[in-house]
Design a protein around this ligand. Structure first.
Ligand code: SF4
Length: 296
C-alpha cells in the first residue's frame, strides 16, 4: 500500500479501513521498505531509546555549549522544581525540563534524534515521553505516538521543506510542535480527526515564526523556543481532544505556511541577517564569538 501525500487522503484511507493513522503509516512504510511492520516498530523504538537517552544525559549535565550561550537552563529549572513552588503541575514541569534537557544536549554536540530537525529536537520527545509517564502509558503507546508524529512531519514535508533556511522556524519548531500535538492526541486515544486537528491548531498558530539565530548557532533563540513550543503542543492536543476543530483544514494550513515561507525575507531564514541576530546584544555576541574563534 502506498502512503497518500496529503492529510485528507490519509484520513480518508484510515477511516475507510477503520484504522488509526499510525496503523496506516506503519503498514505503508513496511510495504515501501519491504520489511515487516514489527521491524518498522523496532526501528522506531531505536529512535525512542535515543530520545530517552538524550533526556537522561541532558538532565545530568550543566555543561555549557562551546559558545557558552546555552547548557545550564535545564539544571536551573530542575533546581527550581525541587525547591520552590511552581506555576506548572508536575506533568508540564517534566515537559519543560525534558525539552531543555534534549535541546541542550544538541547544543553540546551530544547525540539526539532530529525530529524533524536538530534545532527542534526537544519538542517531540518532551511531549511524548513526559506525557506518557504522566499518563502511565507503556512503550507501545509511545511508539504509536512517535509513528503518528512522524506521519505528520513527513506529510508536511511533502509540500514544505523542513528547514529554517527554506521557510523559517515555522517549518522546524512549528512542525515539531504539530508532530508532538498529534502524537499526544494519539496517546490520549483521540480520533483520527482529533489527531489531525491537534496538528492543525498548533501549526496555524505558529505560522510566520522566523529563523534568526544569534551568531548562526542553533542556540539563541532555539533552546528556549523548544521549551515554549512543547507547552504549545500540549495546548494543541488539549483543544483538539475537547472537540475543538480547526476551521482551516490542515492541508490548507501547510499550503499557507509554504506561501508565508516564500514571502519571508531571506534575512529571516537562517542567515542571521535580521531579527534577534542583529539586535545590539546579538551583534555583540556574534563579534565576540568571531574574535574568540579566531584566537582559538
Ligand atoms: S530559530 Fe532557526 S536555527 Fe533555531 S530552531 Fe528555529 S529554524 Fe532552527
Amino acid at each position: 500500500m502506498i502512503k497518500p501525500d496529503t492529510f485528507r487522503d490519509i484520513l480518508e484511507l484510515s477511516e475507510r479501513r477503520n484504522k488509526k493513522l499510525y496503523e496506516i503509516c506503519q503498514e505503508c512504510e513496511a510495504d515501501s521498505l519491504e520489511i515487516s511492520q514489527e521491524e518498522i516498530r523496532d526501528r522506531v523504538k531505536v529512535i525512542l531509546d535515543a530520545m530517552k537517552e538524550a533526556i537522561k544525559q541532558g538532565l545530568k549535565s550543566k555543561e555549557k555549549s562551546s559558545s557558552g550561550l546555552s547548557g545550564d537552563d535545564c539544571a536551573k529549572l530542575v533546581k527550581k522544581y525541587k525547591s520552590e513552588k511552581t506555576l506548572f503541575p508536575e506533568t508540564l514541569q517534566k515537559v519543560l525540563t525534558y525539552s531543555l534537557a534534549t535541546v541542550e544536549q544538541n547544543a553540546r554536540m551530544g547525540k539526539i534524534a532530529a525530529c524533524p530537525t536538530a534545532g527542534s529536537c526537544g519538542i517531540v520527545p518532551a511531549v511524548i515521553i513526559a506525557m506518557s509517564e504522566a499518563l502511565n502509558l507503556d512503550e507501545e503507546a509511545q511508539i504509536n505516538a512517535l509513528i503518528t508524529a512522524g506521519l505528520v512531519g513527513e506529510t508536511v514535508s511533502n509540500k514544505l521543506a523542513l528547514a529554517g533556511a527554506v521557510a523559517g522556524c515555522q517549518s522546524e519548531c512549528g512542525v515539531a510542535a504539530a508532530m508532538a500535538a498529534a502524537g499526544l492526541a494519539q496517546m490520549c486515544e483521540g480520533t483520527n480527526e482529533q489527531i489531525l486537528n491537534a496538528a492543525a491548531l498548533t501549526l496555524k498558530n505558529i505560522m510566520g515564526l522566523v529563523c534568526d539565530p544569534v551568531a548562526g548557532l542553533v542556540e539563541v533563540p532555539c533552546v528556549k523556543r523548544n521549551a515554549f513550543l512543547s507547552i504549545y503542543a500540549v495546548t494543541g492536543a488539549e483543544l483538539a481532544l475537547a472537540g475543538i476543530e480547526s476551521v482551516i483544514p490542515v492541508d490548507e494550513i501547510v499550503d499557507a505556511m509554504k506561501q508565508v515561507g516564500q514571502m519571508m525575507s531571506p534575512k529571516l531564514k537562517e542567515s542571521s541577517e535580521a531579527g534577534l541576530a542583529t539586535t545590539t546584544t546579538g551583534t555583540r555576541i556574534t563579534e565576540e564569538l568571531a574574535q574568540k574563534w579566531q584566537e582559538d
